[in-house]
Design a protein around this ligand. Structure first.
Ligand code: GLU
Ligand code: ZN
Length: 295
């Protein structure tokens, strides 16, 4: 069997500007792809128009370019992929693998986010209902290139997951798995906040007969009290004129070598140097907030 060449991607959600955490993820994904002579794609995960910030798509692409992170091919947008998602969803419903759920937020209070299966056999109409995917009572595990072995029992720790929301919007979990396969992605390099989404994505890949990419989740950022930094944490947007110092800081956060001043004049030259020095084995599993921000 022919092994496909490396294809990586950066998949920002345009709900806001790029911030330092997303730069670290974009940089790691870019360097890993270029060091493997691979392609590097950008995909806009614009599935949720109400949460999209006007101008964010253009601003994100502009920041990537001004930081020297040039992508291959055209930017794909999930907003253009609704037909594919709808067809897949329809098939899952017909196979009885997915079902309509009419539970209100109030009814789900006290379930700690793990759906108790209330509507599994209720045969609700699909219009004006959320669509949930049944998950098996099984453990899904994988070995992350940085975080090591990670596993979850889908039934106990996740529960039947929403793949189309009640308002008709498709869920990230379904779209990301379909699009990574559609674009031939071999390597997913992304933020550690998505580590615990990966087992349910492995299940979706298995169910849909899709190839499983390799995974690398960049460091978790740990607060001084040892807790993970939540999704709500957002560092300020990245200014174009800060490209060099912030790329250097992001390289440090990734445990990579630091260049001498003479080694580069532009962000592109800095990145070319960083590609030649790329050592994914040196990426730390976690960082304190101070290490990530202040060094
Ligand atoms: N769109 C997701 C985010 O910005 C990333 C998805 C992924 O890399 O799998 O958090
Ligand atoms: Zn329900």
């Amino acid at each position: 069997m022919r092994t496909p060449a490396y294809i990586g991607r950066f998949a920002p959600t345009p709900s806001g500007y790029l911030h330092f955490g997303s730069l670290v993820a974009a940089l790691a994904s870019y360097l890993d792809a270029r060091a493997a002579n691979g392609r590097w794609l950008v995909r806009m995960e614009d599935l949720d128009p109400p949460r999209e910030m006007p101008g964010a798509q253009a601003a994100i692409l502009h920041t990537l370019e001004s930081y020297g992170l040039h992508w291959d091919g055209q930017v794909e947008r999930q907003s253009q992929r609704h037909q594919a998602y709808a067809a897949q969803l329809e098939q899952l419903l017909q196979l009885g693998l997915a079902y309509a759920c009419t539970c209100s937020r109030k009814q789900l209070e006290g379930t700690q986010g793990i759906y108790p299966g209330t509507c599994r056999d209720a045969q609700h109409a699909e219009a004006d209902a959320a669509i949930r995917l049944r998950v098996p009572e099984l453990v899904y595990r994988f070995v992350d290139r940085v975080q090591g072995e990670f596993s979850q029992h889908l039934g106990r720790e996740v529960g039947d997951m929403v793949i189309r929301r009640r308002d008709g919007l498709y869920a990230y979990q379904l779209a990301v798995v379909m699009d990574d396969a559609w674009q031939g992605i071999t390597d997913v390099v992304r933020g550690a906040d998505l580590l615990d989404s990966t087992p349910r994505q492995l299940y979706l890949q298995e169910l849909l007969g899709l190839r499983q990419p390799r995974y690398l989740h960049v460091p978790l950022i740990i607060q001084p009290d040892g807790h993970k930094l939540g999704k709500s944490y957002r560092s300020p947007p990245l200014a174009a004129e800060q490209a060099t110092p912030l790329l250097l800081r992001a390289l440090r956060a990734l445990g990579q070598a630091q260049p001498e001043d003479g080694d580069y004049a532009t962000p592109e030259e800095l990145l070319a140097w960083a590609v030649s020095q790329w050592q994914p084995d040196n990426i730390p599993r976690c960082l304190t907030l101070a290490e990530a921000q202040l060094r």
